[in-house]
Every structure is written in structure tokens, then in C-alpha cells.
Design a protein around this ligand. Structure first.
Ligand code: PHE
Ligand code: ZN
Length: 879
């Protein structure tokens, strides 16, 4: 083993937090932009904390320092030290001005952090990415979120090559320079942390719209993209306007600059970035048109546009004191985004989608060696903590708080939070205090949720006393981990059903439920009894309605009880949830070859819902879908992903048999008669159910389903139908698959986002053949490890979206991933580290696969010179 450089393993701890010794009051940046080399002068007005006596130390990574001056005097080499990641300067005082000039190499920056080139040298454009610690790759700075400064930015460049020059803040002049060059200046009146700095320069087109805020401010909205993509920005513009209105109405938050720029790039490590006044988006989260965007993707675009816009208040006006508080902005903003999407679309479907994501992405994370609290206590590389736990579980925690305070109370609390913390860098304690104080309540018990990893288990037992007409519900909580943990506050929204499917009025401790006869009880102890009176016959409880807390519910329902809830629960989420529980039990019937009581109950309940015209088509499609392979694996030890895949196929086949080929066929044809490409709820719902009907039909009559799919592929009016058809053909290994793939490859040769889907569909071929296909696709001219979306489309879809393909018993999937990671890591450590989390959970595989996975990871860990990002993930995963 070689010794790792010290910085690779050094842990940063929350408990070590110290206020900054030095702040930067104002910063003036002056860029000379070029593709190969850009130069930048920075002028910082420094402020020293009089209570601390630390020398001036600024962050700065791999910067080529050209000159340095303090208070107007060039510094001799003896007066400063620059070791590659930090600059120490002697003689700085409160009020000193530090001036540095550095050279950057954007075209050589494959990590996509700091200043980099998107696209080709000839046609591409320059942009920056600074969150979390990218600004130190641009200039020397106190690169931490609790230092907020006023920015003035001047950009200079060749006009022909860089006709558009953008930075955050308000425009403050522009003009010509000699030699065909020009300049533009931007001043941001709002002090901001360095991670929110951004610039963009190059050949871009725009669409524009005028907007007037509720407060009366006129704002120019501008969305920028390369010429071939600008026509796909209109949907995002509409979504942006909806988001701005919604934040005014729901939270009283208005936009606060004269311009709002949004830019699309194909080269981006994440989804999008909320830079002040200059949001930058991964093209896949911004561009949309019917020919290349599915319904799910449209909703995603709307959600991400809203998310980044909402950050202007929850993130930018109020930011995080340190990166341990990341969920303060992310959990809160995801929650705001989810509420917005629920208002714009169907609330129950949105809830189903969010909880599915939580279970697929966050529960496994929380159950394995990568588990961490929503507020982690330590990290080595902060970029590894942009996780489902910080985002999605973080949003669930805000949702619980919002539920506990009620609609008006939460709004009061949020007003207080923004008012108290505006312009400041806050903590989660500040957040809970503001919400609590505005409502005269103490929310500090919820802090426990932020401090502990692991998904709590909530067990529920009911007892009916026929003589006293009482129903006692006993709720208890357990979290794996140290015994001394305090109990968590767990809000449990519930209703009681009669065996005829009616909801009972609830009487509990003198409280009576109002319509719709549901109550929220708060479990605050390890175990508690709740006694409901006037309950004449034994009821069926509907618990955790709307998924009122992010826990795993354990309740001994009989299959008939679950079927009753599936048939009658009016809470759309809980109806679906009952179906999921029942499907999981049906799956166990097949797996363990036990009596098929759950399987029978599930199929019967769905058969009658299938003919029930009052059910929304989209909800029906979701009801007809059992839990995914990842969720099913979560319930097992000695996991065999290929067997899980097979059993899940069998399960769906049994359902299809019960529904019958005729009924599926008829339903498919009836839905196929609607050919609109509209995005309204009804049209989307029809497409969703049509896809589900086709997939189920495939399990009964594959030649007929493939014939229908091939026809659907050819005549599809939009991407939703086209991709659904292609997926059926490819996964089913249909004879028509190769023609469709060839057609698609040509049709979308110049459309990167559509082409990504072509890679992804094939990477998800079930079982053994997937690996061969991945190897083949790696040789396609359009494949490159340099583009994160492409890596995600091929390798990501294979290792994450295709358990039965990745987890080959011979271990070839694991070796492929390990080998590609070593290459990817030298180009882009953030993307490599994220892909490496696919190894999470290997300890719970069955012994042969476990050993093969372990060997591949150990081999990878031995590799010299891995990034801190990848080193940290591998180290944790091996634990
Ligand atoms: N802050 C971004 C968001 O959630 C995510 C992001 C993190 C983007 C780091 C880039 C880099 O909206
Ligand atoms: Zn965010």
C-alpha cells in the first residue's frame, strides 16, 4: 500500500467549526477570457475578526499565480507562501486590499469544476461551476459559505468568439475594446458566498420574457442555449414563470434583481446550479420538446427549474453557515419544489413518485456503509455529500415540520426564518428556532432526526375491545444503532376503516376527527398506546397516510386487510402503498413457494380496479406496478439480483394472466386511439397506462405485444410513446428491436439528450447479455467518458438501473465498473465517486457475488493516485 497524501484522508468535522478569521467585504474580478488560457485579476477588500489572531490564509487550488500585491505594493517572494492549495500572506491588516492575477486553463479542465469549456474548442462556450468549493479553482479566496461579499465582475473577450458575456447580478455597462474585443460588467447588490458566483461566455442564443413581481419589480427573464437547442427552451420559460408566481403566492417571496439568466450546458456534473441571477442547467433538466422529451422528463424539467429558482430565497438570500448544514438549503428547497409540483400536477401521484425515489435511492444508502445523518458530522470530500439523504430525507424532515405546524403555522414560521436570517449564513438550529418561535412551540426534538443515520422502523399493533368499544393502537419505534439514542418525534397520520371500506369518525382523548376522518398522532416515546373510543367493530387501520414520516412501517396486516385498503382507501398514496405491501407479500409467496393468499388477493383487487372507471389512468398504471427490484432486494439478505428479477417478472405475469390478454389488448387499443401530444394530466395518464398495458401484455403474448410495439414505435407522435415502444422491443429481445434501434440512432444522431436514452435502454437489457451490449456501446463513436450525461446513460444505467445485468455471478460487471472508474477518476473525480456508490450494499449479496464484488473493490482501492472523492467512497463502501 502506498501512503496517501495527507489531504486525501483528512476529515473535516462539524464540531471543529470556527467563525472565519478573515472576511472579504468586496471583490472585484476582471477576466480576460480565452479557451486555452484565461487570466483574471482579483481585488479583495479584507476584514479581520479582531478577536482572532490568525495570519491571512486563502484557499486556492492549482492556480498559476502571475502577480500579487498587498495595499498597492507588489509582494516579494518572502512575503507569501503558495503550496498548491492555500496562499498565506504576511502583513495583512483589517481593511487591507489584496490583488492577485492568475492564469487558468479552461479547455484542459475535465473535472467541470471552476472555469471550464463546454463543447468543442471551436464552437463551445466557457462557464463556471463553484458549488461547493469550485471558486478556489478560479481565484484565491476565503472559499466558505459563511463569508459573504459584494461582487463586481468585468468580462473581456474577443467579440466574434464570445459574443455573449454573462455574470451574476445586474448588468452595469458594456462596450467595445481594441482588436475586436469587447467587455461587459455586472454588479451584484446582494452579498453572496463564493459558491454562488458564476460567469458564462460564448456563442449563445436566447429567448426572453418580461416579468413583473408581485412587489412591482420589472425583471427580464432570459434563457440561453446553443443555437440548435434554443427552440427547446420555451417549456422551461413557462415553468420559470409559474415558479416565480408560486413562490410569491405560497411563501410571499419575490425575485430581487433586474435580470434572471438561465443557461443550458451539455457538460455538467449535476442537475443544475442556483448561482445568483445566473442559474446554470444541465441541458437534460432544461431542454424539452415533444419529439425528444418524455412526460416524466417534462415534469422533471418543471421541477428542477422551480428548485433552482426557489433557491434564490432558500439558499441564496439565506445560505448555509457551513457545508454540514447543506440540507438547510437542499432539504428545504426539495420540499418547496415537491409542493410546487404537487400543486401543478397531481398531488397523490407526486407523492408516490417522491416516496418511490426515497425508497429506491435513500433507504439503501441509509441501510449500508455509506449511511450518514441528514446533517453529517464529518466528511473528507464535501462533493460526496450531495446525497439522497441530504436532499430527499432532508425534504421529508421539512415535510414533517410543516405538517406539525399546519399550513398557516408553517408559513408564519418560514416568514420568521427568512426575516431573521436574510443575508446571513444559517444553521439547522436557526431554522428550527424560527419555525418554533413563530408558533410558540419547541421543535428541538426534531433535531434528533438530523443527527442520526438509518431508517427508523415503526411497528404498529391494534387491539379491539368489543365490550368497551375501544380500539388501542400501540406504536413503537426502533432505530438500529447505539441504545442511548433519544426517541424521535414521529407524526403518524391515520384513519380507521370498517370492513365495508368506510372510514370511521375518530375519537381520541377528547379529540374528534373532522372530515375526512383522519388524525395525526405524534409518537414521541419509544412506545405509546393510542386509545380510540366508540369503535364498535374491529377496524382496519390506514397508517402513515401520505407517508407522514420517513420510516419503515411494520404492521401485521392480513392480505385481505391490505386488499381492503387497496380497494377503498381514499388517500391515493395509501391506496398505492397498500398495493405495494400486498405485492411484496405476493412476491414472497412466489419466492418461498408458500400458500398464494397474498398473490391471489393482489390480483383480485387489481382486477376489479382495472375495471373501475372512477380510477385515474395514471394511478392505475402505478397500482399495476409492483415494487422495483432494488426495493425488493432491501427486504432480503443473501441477495441474488437475477433471481429477484425473475421472480418479479413471474409476479407481473401472474397479474397479467388474471387481467387477461383480451382485456389488456382492449385497454391498450382504447388508449392508443388518443394520439395527442398534449401535456395535460389526462393525456399523460393515458400514455402511462398504455405503456403499462403493453408491458403486461408482453408477458402473455410477446409476439403480439412486439407487433404492437413496433407499430407504436413507427407512428408515435412523441417521445413518451416512442421510448415506451422501444423499451418493450429491446428488453424483450424482439426481432424488431434492431431495426428500431438503428432508426433511433440515425434519427437522433445530433440530439445528445435523445441519444442518451438510446444508450440507457440498451444498458438495461435484463440479465447476462447486458454486459456484452455495454462493451459494444462503449465503442460507439458517440460514447465518451468526458461527458457526465453519457457516462450516466451507459455506465450509470447499467450499474444502477440494471441489477440483473450488473450483478453477474462471474463478477464481470464489478470488474468492468472498477476498471472504468480508474479511467473516469483521472478525468472527473466527482462523477467517478458518484458512479462508485453502485458498489454500496455488496456486503448483503449472496456469497459468490459478495466475494467477486469485494475482490473488485479491493483491487480498485489498490490503484495509485485515486482522487480524494473516489478514495472516500471506496473506503466507506469497504467498511
Ligand atoms: N446546488 C445544486 C442544487 O441542488 C446542486 C449542485 C451541487 C450543482 C454541486 C452543482 C454542484 O440545486
Ligand atoms: Zn438544490
Amino acid at each position: 500500500m502506498h501512503a496517501l497524501p495527507e489531504q486525501s484522508t483528512a476529515l473535516i468535522r462539524l464540531s471543529d467549526y470556527r467563525a472565519p478569521a478573515w472576511r472579504v467585504e468586496t471583490v472585484e474580478l476582471d477576466f480576460d477570457l480565452g479557451i486555452d488560457a484565461s487570466e483574471l485579476s482579483a481585488r479583495l477588500l479584507l476584514r479581520r475578526d479582531p478577536s482572532q489572531n490568525a495570519p491571512l490564509r486563502l484557499d486556492g487550488e492549482n492556480l498559476q499565480l502571475l502577480s500579487i500585491a498587498l495595499d498597492g505594493r507588489q509582494l516579494p517572494a518572502t512575503a507569501y507562501r503558495y503550496a498548491g492549495n492555500g496562499l498565506e500572506v504576511d502583513g495583512a491588516r483589517d481593511g487591507s486590499v489584496l490583488e492577485t492575477r492568475v492564469r487558468l486553463r479552461p479547455a484542459a479542465n475535465t473535472a467541470l469544476e471552476g472555469l471550464y469549456l463546454s463543447g468543442s474548442r471551436e464552437a463551445g462556450f466557457l462557464l463556471t461551476q463553484c458549488e461547493a468549493e469550485g471558486f478556489r479553482h478560479i481565484t484565491f479566496f476565503t472559499d466558505r459559505p459563511d463569508v459573504q461579499s459584494r461582487y463586481s465582475v468585468t468580462l473581456r473577450a474577443d467579440r466574434a468568439r464570445f459574443p455573449v458575456l454573462l455574470a451574476g447580478g445586474n448588468p452595469d455597462g458594456s462596450g467595445e475594446l481594441e482588436g475586436g474585443r469587447h467587455w461587459a460588467r455586472f454588479v451584484d447588490p446582494h452579498p453572496k458566498p463564493s459558491y454562488l458566483f458564476a460567469l458564462v461566455a460564448g456563442r449563445l442564443e436566447k429567448i426572453e420574457r418580461d416579468y413583473v413581481t408581485a412587489e412591482g419589480r420589472a425583471v427580464q427573464l432570459k434563457i440561453w442555449a446553443e443555437a440548435d437547442a434554443i427552440d427547446r427552451c420555451h417549456y422551461a420559460m413557462d415553468a420559470l414563470e409559474r415558479s416565480m408566481r408560486w413562490d410569491e403566492q405560497a411563501y410571499g417571496r419575490n425575485y430581487d434583481l433586474d435580470v434572471f439568466h438561465v443557461v443550458a450546458t451539455h457538460d455538467f456534473n449535476m442537475g443544475a446550479m442556483e448561482n445568483k441571477g445566473l442559474n446554470i442547467f444541465n441541458a437534460k433538466c432544461l431542454l424539452a420538446d415533444p419529439d425528444s422529451t418524455t412526460d416524466d422528463e417534462y415534469r422533471h424539467v418543471e421541477a428542477v427549474v422551480a428548485h433552482e429558482y426557489f433557491h434564490n430565497w432558500s439558499g441564496n438570500r439565506v445560505t448555509c453557515r457551513d457545508w454540514f448544514q447543506l440540507s438547510l438549503k437542499e432539504g428545504l428547497t426539495v420540499f418547496r419544489e415537491q409542493s410546487f409540483s404537487a400543486d401543478m400536477n397531481s398531488a397523490p401521484l407526486k407523492r408516490i413518485e417522491d416516496v418511490s425515489l426515497l425508497r429506491r435511492a435513500q433507504f439503501p444508502e441509509d441501510a449500508g456503509p455509506l449511511a450518514h445523518p441528514v446533517r453529517p458530522a464529518q466528511y473528507s470530500e464535501i462533493n460526496n455529500f450531495y446525497t439522497a439523504t441530504v436532499y430527499e430525507k432532508g425534504a421529508e424532515l421539512v415535510r414533517m415540520l410543516a405538517g406539525a405546524l399546519g399550513k398557516n403555522g408553517f408559513r408564519r414560521g418560514m416568514d420568521r426564518y427568512f426575516e431573521r436570517n436574510d443575508g446571513r449564513a444559517a444553521t439547522l438550529e436557526n431554522f428550527l428556532a424560527a419555525l418554533g418561535d413563530a408558533n410558540g412551540t419547541d421543535l428541538t426534538p426534531y433535531l434528533a432526526w438530523y443527527g442520526q443515520a438509518g431508517t427508523p422502523r415503526l411497528s404498529a399493533r391494534g387491539r379491539h375491545d368489543a365490550a368497551r368499544h375501544e380500539y388501542t393502537l400501540t406504536l413503537a419505534q426502533h432505530v438500529a444503532g447505539p441504545e442511548s439514542r433519544p426517541p424521535l418525534p414521529i407524526p403518524v397520520k391515520l384513519a380507521l376503516f370498517t370492513h365495508h371500506g368506510d372510514m370511521l369518525p375518530l375519537h381520541l382523548d377528547g379529540q374528534t376527527s373532522k372530515s375526512p376522518n383522519e388524525l395525526v398522532v405524534a409518537l414521541t416515546q419509544a412506545e405509546q398506546d393510542f386509545v380510540f373510543t366508540d369503535v364498535v367493530t374491529a377496524p382496519v387501520p390506514s397508517l402513515l397516510r401520505g407517508f407522514s414520516a420517513p420510516v419503515i412501517l411494520e404492521c401485521e396486516y392480513t392480505p385481505d386487510e391490505l386488499a381492503l385498503l387497496l380497494a377503498h382507501d381514499v388517500d391515493g398514496f395509501n391506496r398505492w402503498e397498500a398495493g405495494q405491501q400486498l405485492a411484496a407479500r405476493a412476491y414472497e409467496n412466489l419466492r418461498d413457494d408458500t400458500s398464494a393468499d397474498a398473490l391471489h388477493a393482489w390480483c383480485e383487487a387489481l382486477a376489479s380496479l382495472f375495471d373501475n372507471p372512477s380510477i385515474d389512468d395514471a394511478l392505475l398504471a402505478d397500482l399495476l406496478t409492483p415494487p422495483g427490484e432494488v426495493e425488493l432486494a432491501e427486504r432480503e439478505t443473501a441477495i441474488d439480483p437475477q433471481r429477484i428479477h425473475q421472480l418479479r417478472q413471474d409476479l407481473q405475469q401472474r397479474l397479467a394472466e388474471r387481467l387477461g390478454a383480451d382485456a389488456l389488448h382492449r385497454r391498450y387499443q382504447a388508449l392508443a386511439a388518443h394520439t395527442s401530444i398534449e401535456l395535460d394530466a389526462l393525456s399523460q395518464a393515458r400514455r402511462r397506462l398504455k405503456r403499462r398495458a403493453l408491458e403486461l401484455l408482453y408477458l402473455l403474448d410477446s409476439p403480439e405485444a412486439c407487433r404492437l410495439a413496433a407499430a407504436q414505435y413507427r407512428s408515435a407522435p412523441g417521445m413518451t410513446d416512442r421510448l415506451a415502444a422501444l423499451t418493450v422491443l429491446v428488453r424483450g429481445n424482439a426481432t424488431q428491436a434492431s431495426a428500431a434501434l438503428l432508426d433511433y440512432r440515425e434519427r437522433y444522431a445530433d440530439n445528445a439528450l435523445a441519444l442518451d436514452k438510446w444508450f440507457a435502454v440498451q444498458a438495461q437489457l435484463p440479465g447476462e447479455p447486458a454486459l456484452e451490449r455495454v462493451l459494444l456501446l462503449e465503442r460507439d463513436a458517440a460514447f465518451t467518458l468526458k461527458n457526465p450525461n453519457r457516462v450516466q446513460a451507459l455506465l450509470g444505467a447499467f450499474v444502477r438501473g440494471n441489477p440483473s445485468g450488473f450483478h453477474r455471478i462471474d463478477g464481470a460487471g464489478y470488474r468492468l465498473l472498477a476498471e472504468r472508474l480508474t479511467k473516469l477518476d483521472t478525468l472527473n473525480p466527482q462523477v467517478a465517486a458518484r458512479l462508485a456508490t453502485a458498489f454500496n450494499g455488496w456486503q448483503r449479496l449472496e456469497p459468490l457475488r459478495r466475494e467477486a464484488a469485494r475482490a473488485a473493490i479491493v483491487e480498485l482501492a489498490r490503484h495509485d493516485g485515486l482522487s480524494r472523492n473516489l478514495t472516500e467512497i471506496i473506503g466507506s463502501v469497504l467498511n
